[in-house]
Write a protein that binds this ligand. Structure first.
Ligand SMILES: [Zn+2]
Length: 411
């Protein structure tokens, strides 16, 4: 078998800045995502993928590999990864560096700015002793989220095309924009994609398999205060910023990202802006459990109600917007997706790690659009920051997992 490596592809993709931006309101949110889309379209065509389609308006890239002879009636299996990177840390001028045969010590990412990737802060680094780690120069993120997934899917596709003796059913591929800002499926054309089931390749640690995620909503409060000269303010001033504080104090203290893990939900204040006259606070509300999620949204609204009773109707305006839902409801009727992924890992000696996502993925939204879509690992770590890194060996193993799944769905 001719095996295609995913690493040189990955190093090529991370150098292209594809940071998304949730303030532009456009789809794609940033035009620079097209730079990677164009390259992927070209590479898919060059390797011989069929029906390559580049949605030049919304920045999606589709392709397919027709079934090998005798396997045409197998269910079409899809693989999805996102091209954009987080808007939290710059993805411009990424300079990936490979630390070969990692020894378990500190990795100085940037001497000038004293940025050090250390197992003291990230103890899971010690699981990678002897592996080759791809790291940043300490000034940008790496972009393994999710260019590791993109590179692994590309390597899987090229491996299938270089080895026509490997039997498989119809394979569908799609690369999406704007996942990081929750817009990755807005213009996803399920009909064009044509898969019956799919996997997003957008997780972390090797072995991770995710098919449960948060129920998610965004909550905002807008407080109207009354500004009066502070020397003359007794019983007249209403300080909007302080009412924001008060609102926050009405939420359960420990239901905060700082104090929660596993299946525990939270309220997370993402922004607060205020003067005496006016203040706004933005939150995200998360819970895996549907009933607890509903309760959290009720509590959020009730806190605003209480303040309106205290300070007068219209003081606090509250809006709650649903974002995405836990995909488990949509995966449960298709548990073969989970079982086959676990088997593909076990066949390679990899222990599956079955854990709920403390976030969302494109897969959750796709599952609700009718495409059941669990999430697979990529071999990347410490996403959305300068300390992001990826393991060369784990990334290569992910390609093998994808090939194992292709085999599992070949009949
Ligand atoms: Zn991602």
């Amino acid at each position: 078998m001719t095996k295609i490596d995913c690493i040189d592809k990955f190093l090529r993709y991370v150098k292209i800045d594809t940071q998304s931006d949730d303030t532009t309101g456009t789809s794609p949110s940033t035009m620079k995502q097209h730079d990677l889309a164009k390259l992927l379209k070209q590479e898919l065509e060059d390797m011989g993928v069929s029906n390559v389609f580049y949605d030049t308006e919304h920045c999606y890239v589709y392709g397919e590999i027709p079934a090998t002879q005798g396997h045409e009636s197998a269910s079409a299996l899809g693989f999805v990864a996102h091209m954009d990177t987080s808007d939290e840390v710059s993805g411009k001028d990424v300079k990936p560096r490979i630390v070969e045969n990692y020894k378990g010590d500190d990795i100085v990412l940037n001497a000038e700015h004293s940025v050090v990737l250390s197992p003291k802060s990230f103890p899971e680094m010690l699981n990678h002793i002897g592996e080759d780690l791809i790291v940043t120069d300490g000034t940008t993120l790496l972009g393994a989220d999710d260019k590791a997934g993109v590179a692994e899917i590309m390597a899987m596709a090229e491996t299938l095309l270089k080895n026509p003796e490997m039997a498989h059913g119809p394979i569908k591929i799609c690369f999406t924009p704007d996942e990081e800002i929750g817009g990755g499926t807005a213009f996803f054309d399920l009909e064009r994609f044509g898969a019956k089931f799919a996997y997003t390749v957008d997780g972390g640690k090797l072995g991770e398999l995710e098919y449960e995620n948060f129920n998610a909503a965004e909550g905002k409060i807008k407080v109207r205060g009354r500004s009066v000269h502070p020397g003359d303010a007794k019983m007249k001033m209403v300080n909007a910023s302080l009412i924001c504080y008060e609102f926050h104090s009405l939420l359960p203290v420990f239901e905060n990202p700082m104090y929660t893990e596993k299946r525990e939900g939270f309220f997370h204040m993402t922004q607060i802006i205020g003067t005496t006259e006016e203040a706004t606070a933005s939150y995200i509300i998360r819970d895996h459990d549907e009933a607890l999620f509903e309760k959290k949204k009720e509590l959020f609204a009730a806190a605003a109600d209480f303040l309106n009773k205290k300070y007068g109707e219209g003081t606090v305006e509250v809006t709650i917007r649903e974002q995405y839902r836990n995909m488990i409801e949509k995966i449960r009727p298709h548990m073969h997706l989970v079982d086959n992924a676990k088997k593909a890992m076990e066949d390679l000696g990899i222990t599956p790690i079955d854990q709920p996502i403390r976030g969302g993925t494109d897969g959750a939204l796709l599952s609700y659009k009718g495409l059941p879509c669990p999430n697979l690992c990529t071999g990347g770590y410490n996403y959305h920051g300068k300390y992001e890194y990826a393991s060369v060996q784990e990334m290569r193993s992910v390609v093998d997992i994808l090939l194992g799944l292709v085999k599992a769905y070949s009949n």
